[in-house]
Design a protein around this ligand. Structure first.
Ligand code: PLP
Length: 409
């Protein structure tokens, strides 16, 4: 009989180079740690998750339940149900005059899967993708999973974290294939102006570089900030502009896992081929719910935005009042990204150094969960989500203020 030679030891598992370069999402990791603490009976206030606390629209729930009862429990085409693809194309045509057709839309398992499929479709080993920092934690990891290299272009707090087109152009090399933009930005909340977006798209088109615009937070804008969608430029630059969107945040439907990609036909063909071997279609009845949300739940969005605006003002004021903390008011999305480096100790002996140690300190001593800025490429900062109730924010920020006061004594 075959005996394993080193049976006392766990089998030596060889992992792919691809996965060895990827760590767990920092935001999901913090959420997991705080849930573990909660499960052991500790009262933790979790300000880490980018998850709206609003209920999903009743229209979506009813439509999904009806779909389930009506037998929509089977596979659909890999690209999603045609009615939803068509409704998404029409929505961008109505709102931004985009020329996109139904066959340019792929419904994906959340925006995250759409972005991964695009990275795998567009990037190869040796390619470069330009990414402004601070960036959403997942972008660089997805670029690396595709075998390519992220090229980070800094956006600075003294410039309101606005992406500077010149810096993107300066980063172009022969290997540049893709520029990833995210406006409103997770984690900074900065919004790209129409003028800057046009300069970036124009400069990229001259070199046949694709611009991928992640517009997940497009509906959440404050103080009259104006959103510029890449959809407006799709007619002029039909071959180099791609959009990724999601139902997760817009309609408070994170768990439904419905997002979408809108791209030139040749890209769509390949994304659909990949999706047909990866996830197949997104969940059938979830797509029916998303269609109902898109058709009928639009009026609920301004009320959510108004509530986020109140919370944004509360969070910005409370953070700015803490000694050593500086916080810009985000123009969009639902995160505050304060600079907290002045709260760190000079050396590890006298206290935490760096955002990971500081966030662990906040979790261990104040029982408040935040995400370290280093995960977004900015170690002097941390991220606080205000997609939770005012009461929770109030209590969480009070705890953080006490911890910061204790440190600065
Ligand atoms: C910038 C950005 N893009 C995309 C996503 C993906 O969201 P989902 O996969 O839930 O659609 C998120 C989620 O946090 C995000 O912050």
């Amino acid at each position: 009989m075959y005996a394993r030679p080193f049976s006392l030891y766990p089998p030596l598992m060889k992992f792919s180079g691809r996965i060895s370069r990827v760590g767990e999402s920092a935001t999901l990791e913090v959420t997991r740690r705080s849930k573990e603490l909660e499960a052991s009976g500790i009262d933790v206030i979790d300000l880490s998750a980018g998850e709206p606390d609003f209920d999903s629209p009743p229209e979506a729930i009813e439509a999904a339940v009806d779909a389930l009862r009506g037998g929509m429990t089977r596979y659909t085409a890999a690209a999603g149900i045609p009615e939803l693809r068509q409704a998404i194309a029409e929505d961008y045509s109505d709102r931004f005059g985009a020329p996109w057709q139904t066959n340019q839309v792929v419904v994906t398992v959340g925006g995250k899967t759409g972005l991964l499929e695009l990275a795998l479709t567009l990037l190869d080993r040796g390619d470069e993708a330009i990414l402004p920092s601070p960036y959403w934690v997942t972008f660089p990891e997805q670029i690396r999973l595709a075998g390519a290299e992220p090229v980070i272009v800094e956006s600075r707090p003294e410039e309101g974290f606005r992406v500077q087109p010149e810096r993107i152009v300066d980063a172009f090399t022969e290997a540049t294939r893709l520029v990833i933009l995210n406006s409103p930005c997770n984690p900074t909340g900065s919004v790209i102006s129409a003028e800057d977006l046009r300069s970036i798209v124009e400069a990229c088109a001259e070199r046949e570089i694709v611009v991928l615009s992640d517009e997940t937070y497009e509906r959440f804008l404050y103080d009259g900030a104006e959103f510029a969608s890449v959809a407006r430029l799709a007619e002029e630059f039909p071959d180099t502009v791609i959009l990724c969107g999601s139902f997760s945040k817009t309609y408070a439907m994170t768990g439904w896992r419905v997002g979408f990609v809108i791209a030139p036909q040749p890209v769509v063909k390949r994304v659909v081929a990949l999706q047909s071997h990866a996830t197949s279609n997104p969940t059938t009845f979830a797509m029916v719910g998303a269609l109902a949300a898109l058709r009928r739940a639009g009026p609920s969005i301004p009320a959510m935005t108004a509530e986020y605006q109140v919370r944004r003002d509360l969070v910005t004021a409370r953070l700015s009042a803490m000694e050593g903390v500086e916080c810009l008011a985000p123009a969009g999305a639902f995160y505050a990204f304060p600079r907290v480096a002045d709260c760190y100790a000079e050396s590890a002996e006298s206290g935490p150094v760096g955002s990971v140690a500081f966030c662990s300190h906040l979790l261990d001593t104040a029982r408040v969960a935040t995400v370290p800025g280093v995960a977004f490429g900015a170690d002097d900062f941390l991220r606080i989500s205000f997609a939770c109730s005012r009461d929770k924010l109030d209590r969480g920020l009070e705890r953080m203020a006490s911890a910061v006061r204790a440190r600065s004594r």
